[in-house]
Design a protein around this ligand. Structure first.
Ligand code: SF4
Length: 355
């Protein structure tokens, strides 16, 4: 059973930066100050009462946790220490910037029972980082991931493809780079233009156009494929549909959908079947088989995949399920040919260096 993650958002708290794309208040839907110790403890108890059997973890998201004044970090972490001692909470996770994770910081976090650190990498291309006013380099991100891992924490990387100056090739290189540095899980947040950001000013001035939903989903599918191949879980794709984002005019452009992760997985199956069909002498009257739990992803949102395959000449006459297939596998066949593929092990995409 997956751990119960009890999230607390500390939007922009402690962060002296103003990244081009950032509007943490909109992302989290939270406008108040840091949660008090009482609020944290009460909230944890409420969540535990609803899911008494699950292993629970407290997460402090948003902002840059380790740039908060030390007293406030102690206040937040202190609020959960007794819950950990009583074995109500197993661990704590935080997210922060790569340049706010030196050895002293890591020692402090370890002493306060933080076990997982998510590093806001965004991109491993220095030009993209500079254009996004991140204020740190790719080398600092890689060193931070390595340092966090060496100190015994579980380490994750947050990536943000589609920022100004980014390309699909750079985004894929960023995935490979964080995995090679030791990231144990990844979050992918494709670029969206949020109102009230410097990125919105660039967008409104016609200086920047993010990849839209269709292109963003295609890019994310490739990133997901790399992670799957490396055995690295992608624990989130796309911003949560929080209250702030659903306000009219909050999102001006970019790749956003409340079920973006599902769209990306469906795209991966679409690309897999398209690649397999390319090996068939005839792409008429094909039969497609997948694991029952993957049927909706294979067919796509509102059966979009079936429609789009047909439009590109791949006519699937029947989709069936077979529980003996692995979750990641599909079987494509017609009277003459049969071909098995996997969204993990099949090499779906050709390497490109031009995008
Ligand atoms: S470092 Fe994080 S919280 Fe701070 S401005 Fe950038 S994205 Fe926002």
């Amino acid at each position: 059973m997956r751990p119960l993650i009890i999230p607390f958002f500390i939007p922009h708290a402690g962060c002296p930066h103003t990244c081009l794309f950032c509007n943490q208040h909109l992302i989290s839907g939270v406008k108040q100050d840091l949660p008090s110790a009482e609020l944290i403890q009460e909230t944890v108890q409420q969540w535990l009462a609803r899911s008494p059997d699950r292993v629970a973890e407290v997460a402090f998201y948003g902002g840059s946790f380790t740039l908060l004044p030390r007293k406030q970090q102690e206040q937040l972490l202190g609020a959960v220490q007794s819950l950990i001692e009583q074995q109500k909470i197993k661990s704590v996770r935080i997210s922060t910037r790569p340049d706010a994770l030196d050895e002293a910081v890591l020692a402090f976090l370890a002493n306060h029972k933080v076990t997982t650190i998510e590093v806001g990498v965004q991109s491993l291309d220095d030009q993209v980082l500079q254009q996004s006013r991140r204020g740190h380099t790719a080398a600092e991100s890689l060193a931070a991931i390595q340092r966090v891992k060496a100190a015994g924490f579980q380490v994750g990387a947050q990536l943000l493809p589609g920022l100004p100056g980014d390309t699909q090739v750079k985004a894929l290189a960023s995935v490979k780079g964080v995995i090679a540095a030791g990231a144990e899980f990844v979050r992918i947040y494709p670029a969206v233009v949020l109102s009230g950001t410097a990125l919105a000013d660039q967008f409104n001035a016609g200086q920047y156009q993010p990849p839209g939903l269709e292109q963003g989903v295609k890019n994310c599918a490739r990133m997901l494929h790399l992670c799957l191949q490396a055995g690295i879980p992608v624990i989130r794709i796309g911003l949560q549909a929080e209250e702030g984002l659903s306000v009219d005019g909050a999102i001006l452009a970019g790749c956003w959908h409340p079920a973006l992760g599902q769209l990306v997985k469906a795209q991966l199956y679409y690309d897999l079947v398209e690649m397999l069909a390319g090996q068939f002498l005839s792409t008429e009257g094909l039969q497609l088989v997948c694991h029952p739990d993957r049927l909706s992803e294979v067919q796509g949102h509102a059966r979009d995949n079936l429609i789009h395959w047909q439009q590109s000449g791949i006519v699937i006459k029947k989709v069936q399920t077979d529980a003996n297939l692995q979750y990641d596998q599909v079987l494509l066949s017609n009277i003459q040919q049969k071909c098995r593929g996997s969204i993990i092990t099949t090499c779906i995409y050709k390497e490109r260096s031009d995008a």
